[in-house]
Structure formats: C-alpha cells, structure tokens
Design a protein around this ligand. Structure first.
Ligand SMILES: [Zn+2]
Length: 167
C-alpha cells in the first residue's frame, strides 16, 4: 500500500482536476478523503469495504453534505462537482492500493463492494510496500524509498493538476 503521503498527493490531484475552483480548504478535504480508507486499520481490518466503489460513493455523499454546510464551498461551484471531486479523491486510494505491493492476504481490495465481496488486484505493481514495523531501522529506510517513489510518480500529476486550478 502507498503511504499516507502518496494517498494525499493522488487525492488532491484528482479532486482539483474534477473541481478546478478549489480553495485550500477543499484541497484539505480531498487529501483527507484519500487517506480515510486506511482508518479501517483501527478496526483491525484492511482493504475491505472501506476500499470500494460503494465507500467512494458514500464519501461523495458526505462531500455533498459538507458543501451544503460550508458557505465558502457553496460560493465556488455546484454541489455535484464538489461531491464528485471528493468521491474521485477517495477512489484514488483504491486504485493506488490495487497497484501496490500487498503481502497480507486477502491480496487486493474489495473494490466492487457492495456488489461483490471479491478482492481485486491491479494488473501490475507500481508502488512499494510500506512497513508499520516502526521499531525496526530497516522499516524507516524502506519507507523512505517507498515515499520517494510515490512522490516521483504522483508528484508530477499533482503539479499538472494544480496548474489547472482556477481560484
Ligand atoms: Zn488502503
């Protein structure tokens, strides 16, 4: 799985691409939405229903409610566009997880929940695994390599997306 750094970069890039008139607060929401699926780790689950198209739709619905409650977002475009941007930011988490090294079965993500509980892995591996064995020095060096690769791959996408941003 990519690190939170990679997830946030991908989420902000996708959110701004969909919703070009995004203030900084909206970009924070996109980044949070992209990192949110891994909160399932708190419950001891990983890559289950939180890593799915159904959960991305729910995130979009939450974005729509947030738009209704936030006047500064309402001034920057329609609710559907902000909701779609939040759903897209959330969905980047699933896509990037599916093309990352996963050593913990079941391999892949429950990407099409609630239609099926099957796990899906991407056709290739792009991102390195991130170790949570923080007490091991080797985990830190491996994670630094993983984050550097994520920035190298996703950073240019964020840069290109931010260039389309229209404040
Ligand atoms: Zn994940």
């Amino acid at each position: 799985m990519p690190s939170p750094v990679g997830h946030v970069i991908a989420g902000v890039a996708a959110g701004v691409l969909v919703n070009r008139r995004s203030p900084l607060a909206a970009m924070v929401v996109f980044g949070a939405a992209a990192a949110a699926p891994d909160l399932d780790l708190i419950a001891g689950v990983h890559r289950g229903a939180s890593h799915s198209a159904g959960a991305a739709l729910l995130a979009g619905a939450a974005g729509w409610i947030l738009w209704r409650l936030t006047p500064s977002l309402r001034a920057r475009g329609p609710a559907w566009r902000f909701a779609l941007a939040v759903a897209a930011a959330y969905a980047t988490h699933i896509v990037t997880d599916m093309v990352s090294d996963d050593s913990r079965p079941p391999i892949g993500c429950m990407a099409l929940w609630p239609f099926t509980d099957a796990y899906y892995q991407g056709p290739f591996i792009l991102f390195l695994p991130v170790s949570r064995a923080y007490w091991r020095l080797r985990a830190w060096t491996e994670n630094a390599k993983a984050v550097a690769l994520e920035i190298a791959v996703l950073g240019p996408m964020l840069w290109a997306s931010l260039r389309t941003r229209n404040q």
